[in-house]
Design a protein. Structure first.
Length: 95
């Protein structure tokens, strides 16, 4: 996944792109403060389509075996394929 960021340059009065590549994982393992290993599974991925002034969200929800797509413009469907890397919000559930 590429995180798209920008910084404002006050001298040139232009936005400077500062993109960063981040690897995506559907499962996470995080070491807790007490030394235990906590495991998390991807539950949902949410995409924003449109610009900063308008647009809407689409959610891809995982029920364990398959993803469902929830979109205001269409009924709930089984997600045949979607670009997970295009999502902006990832929701994880602890196993």
């Amino acid at each position: 996944m590429i995180v798209k960021r920008c910084q404002w340059n006050h001298e040139s009065k232009k936005s400077i792109k500062t993109h960063r590549r981040i690897s995506f994982k559907s499962q996470l393992e995080i070491l807790t403060q007490n030394g235990q290993l906590a495991k998390y599974q991807l539950t949902a991925a949410i995409q924003h389509i449109g610009g900063a002034e308008n647009g809407h969200y689409i959610a891809h929800l995982n029920n364990g075996n398959q993803y469902f797509t929830v979109n205001d413009n269409k009924p709930v469907t089984v997600a045949q394929q979607f670009e997970l890397e295009m999502s902006q919000i990832f929701v994880y559930t602890r196993k």
